[in-house]
Design a protein around this ligand. Structure first.
Ligand code: C5P
Length: 254
């Protein structure tokens, strides 16, 4: 497979069978065995796939937003899997083994935190809350304690400490980036992966599919528009990307 081909043709997807097909992204082999190609699809799911819809153009907005934010985080010293864009919906990234933990950082209460603990929606938290969830569709991504992580052998205590510290650092950096465009980062989910030489890097995606972004007035611009029927999904995603690209042209797609 020629990894440059789709960039020239603008083809939506590289040829071949995906190495991995997730709910909203597909991963394909690249020429270099230490790299893979991530293709963002237009699918949007919620409730572990119970609710699913296609939004033509969503994949491109998520891919462009992710590329911009990965570049912005790299400039702040966060190590990520992102290398470059190959096409509007396609990233070339370092090949990693994804650690099966979803690391969520929250600044304001909403979503499952408000439901689980009864904290009012929109209440600022006294410190950034870091939570670990088991990345398992069959189990519905359950919340984990650190003892659960050890019990399941998902990561060593040292790695858990590193993931939590790095997630907090990345979330604080993203919060500053959004504050610079007058938007509020409410919470964000990170996934990390381990490279063949044992380096742990931020992986997956950074888009309104994986984080909550509000205007200062509390308007939802992220996937909650879909989860909770709060308005036009693409309009929210496009607004976020436009704001970021105008303010940070150095990190935007060419
Ligand atoms: O639903 P909950 O409040 O636990 O979500 C916390 C954050 O993690 C939100 O930004 C949500 O978009 C994200 N998330 C995700 N993938 C999941 C679960 C949550 O990206 N499977």
């Amino acid at each position: 497979m020629d990894e440059h081909n789709s960039a020239h043709t603008g083809a939506a997807e590289p040829r071949g069978t995906p190495l991995y097909a997730g709910k909203s992204k597909k991963v394909f082999a690249a020429d270099d065995p230490d790299r893979v190609r991530v293709v963002f699809t237009d699918a949007v799911t919620a409730g572990d796939g119970a609710k699913r819809e296609e939004f033509p153009g969503k994949g491109e907005l998520a891919a462009r937003t992710s590329a911009l934010l990965f570049r912005a985080l790299a400039a702040k010293g966060i190590r990520t899997h992102f290398l470059r864009e190959l096409a509007p919906v396609e990233h070339l990234v370092r090949r990693v083994r994804i650690i099966p933990l979803e690391v969520v950082v929250r600044f304001l209460a909403t979503g499952s935190l408000s439901r689980r603990l009864g904290i009012p929606e929109g209440q600022p938290l006294p410190f950034p809350l870091v939570e670990l969830y088991y990345k398992s569709d069959e189990l519905g991504d359950p919340l984990l304690t650190e003892d659960h992580v050890a019990l399941l052998g998902l990561a060593s205590p040292e790695v858990v400490r590193y993931l939590k510290d790095e997630a907090r650092r990345a979330a604080e950096a993203l919060r500053e980036i959004f504050a610079a465009v007058d938007l509020v980062l409410v919470d964000v989910k990170f996934e990390f992966g381990e490279t063949s030489d044992g380096e742990i890097v931020l992986a997956d995606e950074l888009s309104p599919d994986s984080m909550r972004i509000w205007t200062k007035e509390g308007e939802r611009l992220d996937k909650d528009r879909f989860r909770r029927d709060l308005g036009d999904l693409l309009e929210g995603y496009a607004f976020v990307y436009r704001r970021l690209a105008e303010r940070f042209p150095e990190f935007a797609s060419p």
